[in-house]
Ligand binder design. Structure first.
Ligand code: GCO
Length: 480
């Protein structure tokens, strides 16, 4: 089946940049690397006044201090310490040592001019075993972090769960156990009471789909299972945890709250009706299985039918669950990395060059498509992009600089797509680059560098990459 000729998005080849002069872009384009000298956006794409620019991280990927100040063990401590599970046997024991270097990192964020910083709270740092009285030393770290952000004029955006489930709860069944959803709500309440009035935006569960697919279908993320029947029951309990945390927020928290979903536009790989049908079901598993229960109170029927009435998901849904799960939320966090092209037999086929991460096809138009689709299909819910970026094998030059112009090309192309979506009426209020710092990229360990800021893991020295200098200009100009 012949494939249509790939069309480079936005007139720039999506392959990595070869240019060495500042601002060089793929394909020899003459666009500058940032706003003009007078501060106006280089490409003439100003964002709306008040648009919020940020960057994102997560606890296990940057904090380190894995056994400090009462932190308990998480499933990612167990998984990363299991031989063969992570590249080079890398773990998050030290990571970017953010737990000790947070003040320096806060100054970095201020110097970049960030308006918002999305981080996650480590559940086992707050409750070592996932239940019981809170660990005040753990909460104190997040109090210091949040106060440090506010002192620097940076809005905290806190994710409650970014995959580091306390191991003790995993020992009791983990997300296959409905009880863990309630434990999560109890933990969320502790955090709301400790930080609630200082955090304007809360995100409940980061990427439930990745927990389901990587943790329970493919098994290359913690807890390393390959059990499809368990996987979709886990999805339900993650949704329940989200809904119970929203209820806890309404009772104890302040600010706004919503889910953080990674969404992948799913396109038919050809123009056959079979491919269209297969792409629709693929979209069900990739997107609607997460969007629909939370935003509409229903599971997608095509997915339920495909799983069958005897599935653990179907049997795990109890009266009232969907009402809990679909409690109104204040915003939706969208995380976009890659599209999928689905063939008639329901498998996928690549279409665009990938980044250093082989799963990531570089396709900026997918950002426009997913943002406009969410607004079209789910109404005017305020949106924020909380993750978008790519890894590259960045190296520290002899001159002390890190030339990651491929990341500038990627970010500018995706921001141009964001700009188009906003111009089309999508109620998008902010954009966060993944990631602020190079960090532990799960089973890929430290081989993939996703940060705007280079981390020399031997010395923990931070070096702004070229993309960080560029992003600072974008923020200052409020446009690209
Ligand atoms: C995710 C996670 C991040 C990853 C990033 C790159 O979306 O998978 O939120 O922790 O590091 O997306 O894979």
């Amino acid at each position: 089946m012949s494939m249509p000729t790939p069309r480079p998005p936005h007139g720039t080849a999506p392959s990595a940049t070869t240019g060495t002069t500042p601002g060089a872009v793929a394909g020899g384009g003459n666009r500058s690397a940032g706003p003009r000298a007078d501060g106006t956006p280089a490409d003439g794409l100003p964002f709306p006044p008040g648009f919020v620019w940020g960057a994102a991280t997560s606890a296990y990927q940057i904090e380190g201090a894995a056994k400090e100040d009462g932190r308990g063990e998480s499933i990612w401590d167990t998984f990363s310490h299991t031989p063969g599970r992570t590249r080079n046997g890398d773990t998050g024991d030290v990571a970017a040592d953010h737990y000790h270097r947070y003040a320096e990192d806060l100054d970095l964020m201020r110097d970049l001019g960030l308006h918002s910083y999305r981080f996650s709270i480590s559940w086992p740092r707050v409750q070592a075993d996932g239940t019981g009285a809170p660990n005040q030393r753990g909460l104190d770290f997040y109090r210091r972090l949040v106060d440090g952000l506010r002192e620097r004029g940076i809005a905290p955006m806190a994710t409650l769960y970014h995959w580091d489930l306390p191991q003790a709860l995993q020992d009791g069944g983990g997300w296959e156990s409905r009880d863990v959803a309630q434990r999560f709500a109890d933990y969320a309440e502790i955090v709301f009471r400790a930080l609630g009035d200082r955090v304007p935006v809360w995100l409940t569960v980061n990427e439930p789909k990745t927990v389901v697919q990587n943790g329970y279908l493919e098994g290359h993320h913690a807890p390393g299972r390959q059990d499809p029947d368990a996987a979709y029951l886990v999805a339900h309990h993650l949704h329940l945890a989200h809904g119970l945390a929203v209820a806890a927020h309404r009772a104890t928290g302040t600010g706004r709250i919503g889910p953080a979903l990674n969404l992948h536009p799913c396109y038919p790989a050809d123009d056959s009706p079979e491919a269209a049908r297969a792409a629709r079901l693929y979209d069900g598993y990739e997107n609607r299985l997460y969007l629909d229960p939370i935003l509409t109170g229903r599971y997608p029927q095509d997915v339920l039918d495909d799983l069958g009435p005897g599935s653990r998901l179907a049997r795990g849904i109890r009266d009232g669950d969907l009402a809990t799960i679909s409690a109104p939320v204040d915003l939706l966090a969208v995380q976009y990395y890659t599209p999928y092209y689905v063939t008639a037999d329901g498998t996928t086929t690549p279409r665009w060059p990938t980044s250093q991460a082989p799963w990531q096809q570089i396709y900026p138009d997918g950002m426009y498509d997913i943002l406009t689709r969410v607004s079209r299909d789910y109404g005017p819910i305020p949106l924020t992009v909380t993750e978008n970026g790519l890894p590259s094998p960045d190296t520290l030059g002899a001159d002390g600089t890190v030339d990651d112009t491929g990341r500038i090309t990627f970010l500018r192309d995706h921001l141009a797509a964001v700009h188009r979506a906003v111009a089309a009426g999508v109620p998008l209020e902010s954009y966060h680059v993944w990631s602020l710092l190079d960090n532990f990229e799960w089973d890929a360990g430290y081989d993939e560098r996703w940060g705007l800021v280079y981390v020399d893991y031997q010395t923990q020295r931070r070096v702004l990459k070229r993309s960080a200098h560029w992003y600072r200009q974008v923020i200052a100009a409020n446009g690209i």
